[in-house]
Design a protein around this ligand. Sequence first.
Ligand code: BTN
Length: 249
Amino acid sequence: MNIGREVIRLGEVDSTNTYAEGLAENGAMHGTVVIAESQTSGKGRLGRIWISPPGGIYMSIILRPRMELKDSTLLTMMAGVACCRALRDATGLDIRIKWPNDLIVSGRKLGGILTEVKSREHRIEFVVVGIGINVDVLSEGFPPEVREIATSIGNEKLREQPKDALLRALLNEVDRWYDIFMEKGGRPVLKEWRRFAAMLGKSVKVTVGKEETTGIAEDIDDQGLLIMRLQSGILRKISAGDLTILRQQ
Ligand code: BTN
C-alpha cells in the first residue's frame, strides 16, 4: 500500500489541498495524505468554497504519476470511482457519481473531489486529489443556500458514523484503483464510473459560467468529457461545468 503510508493529521487548516501542495513542492513522497478536522477556506470546484465544519472528511492525497497532463482528468475519475466504491461498501447507501465528480445520494450532494495539478512541459509533476465527504454534518450545519442540495452520511443513515473506518476504506480503495489505473489504463476506471453514473441517458442541463446547454447525457469519452446530445441531434463534448439532472427517463 503506497497511498496513506504517510498521513499528516491536522486540526483546523485553511485547505488540505493548499497544505498538501506546499508539501509536494518541498518533495513530499507519492501517497502522502493530509487530513484535517475542519477547514477555514476549503476549496471547491469552479472557484467555489467548500463548507468544512467539524464532522466531515477533508483530505488531500499527493500523487506523482508518470503521465501526461491530458490524462489528469482520468485521475479525478479514478478517485471518484474509488470513493464511490468505498462509501457504498461502508454505508450500504446507493451512492452515485454525477458528472464530473460529485458523489450523490437521493439526488443530494454527499461529497466532491477537487484535483489540482502541477505540470511541466505537458508532463505531470504532482497531483493533489482533494476529497471532501459530509459524514456527520447535519442539515443545519450547511448554510441555507446549500441545505436543499447537500446531505451527509449521518443525515441519510440517522446515526453517527465511524469516521476513521471510513477514512481507511477510502484510502484502501484509492490505493487499489490507482494501481489498476497505472497498470491497465483508463478503461477499467471508465467502465466502473459508468456503472455508478447517475445521469447517463437522462435529460440534463450543464452550466458553464453564463452558458447553459441542455440535452441528453449520452456518455463520457475516453478522457472523461461529457458527451451530450443536443435537441438538434448534434453531439457536443463538454469538459467542465455544473450538471443538473432535469428529469428521470
Ligand atoms: C467540489 O466542488 O465538488 C469539490 C470539493 C472538494 C473539497 C475537498 S475537502 C478536502 C480538499 N481540500 C480542499 O480545499 N478542497 C478539497
